[in-house]
Design a protein around this ligand. Sequence first.
Ligand SMILES: *Cc1c(COP(=O)(O)O)cnc(C)c1O
Length: 358
Amino acid sequence: MSTPRPRPALAAIPGYKAGEPPPAGAETSYKLSSNENPYPPLPGVLDTVTAAAGEMNRYPDMGVRALHAALAERLGVPTDQIASGAGSVAVLYHLLQAMCAEGDEVVYAWRSFEAYPIAVGVTGAASVRVPLDSDARHDLIAMRAAITDATKVVLVCTPNNPTGPVVHRDELTSFIEDVPPDVLVVIDEAYREFVTDPDTVDGLDLMRRRDNVVVLRTFSKAYGLAGLRVGYAVGPAAVAEAIRKCSLPFGVSVVAQAAAVASLDAEVELAQRVKELVVERERVWRGLTDNGWAIPRPEGNFVWFGLGAETSDFAAACDAAGLSVRPFPGEGARVTIGDVEANDRVLQVASRWRAERG
Ligand SMILES: *Cc1c(COP(=O)(O)O)cnc(C)c1O
């Protein structure tokens, strides 16, 4: 007897592995496995969300008008260039669905964000992974060489999750000048608020100057709204419209829309929290470097331990110390910058590790 069968393309798609919860145990434990923000909601946001929850019998505004208007004003772009969804991962799914089908190719650096192979795979398109260079940065020369007539989209993750470095303005500008105009370049800036490198690319700036550039941003990381799921794309009006056509209706909930608008209004507090996390990131990076670790320059809210074969052992040592981290076995472990005590514990575990293993 035959049974319903999913598309063959799905067989090759890896499942998404979410970050582990903090380890259970006697001492305080910390979840540093999902690049979440350790702060409670920004001032006013919880009240706004509570009030909005009273409207849960109503569908949300399908056009997400209040949020798109607030973003348009802030970013200086017309609302027809914006599309939003349940996290920027959802927006990426919709974008890839709008652009790609079987036989097409999507080029991206690897290792990079683990949602990419899944989001590409469900469209039936093929992933073309270009290894990071020896500094754990995008190799844009090799990425340019990987573009073929079948390439529809190139994904650029800056800062790169999970390794941390940014792509620089000059290198991405020359790259894009050399990319065929019918290939869409997606700049994923999920961590842009944390970036301090003055040479970093600004996706919006490039988007304004080219017809084939889209920027993805999210409220999940710096804004601390990961649990509510809101992200957006800014790009050429035709691409934004195509994304909206592929979006699930009412994908951004009543409370998520309200929380995002209220969070945009809390700019001063947001900047203060981002600053504190960046100070902590620099403290952790310096501490590890002084301790002899070779950690790629972190520009997001996480650091990368490129431990290769020792990765799982390191993750186990973290776990034993009450820290859940994000191991990629055989490659390395990504550790989120948390609050001060959590970061102190990371430094202790890392220092002990070196003392024991050299
Ligand atoms: C966290 C993250 C996102 C955003 O995820 P949401 O769906 O908005 O929560 C996008 N890209 C990268 C690289 C990320 O790490």
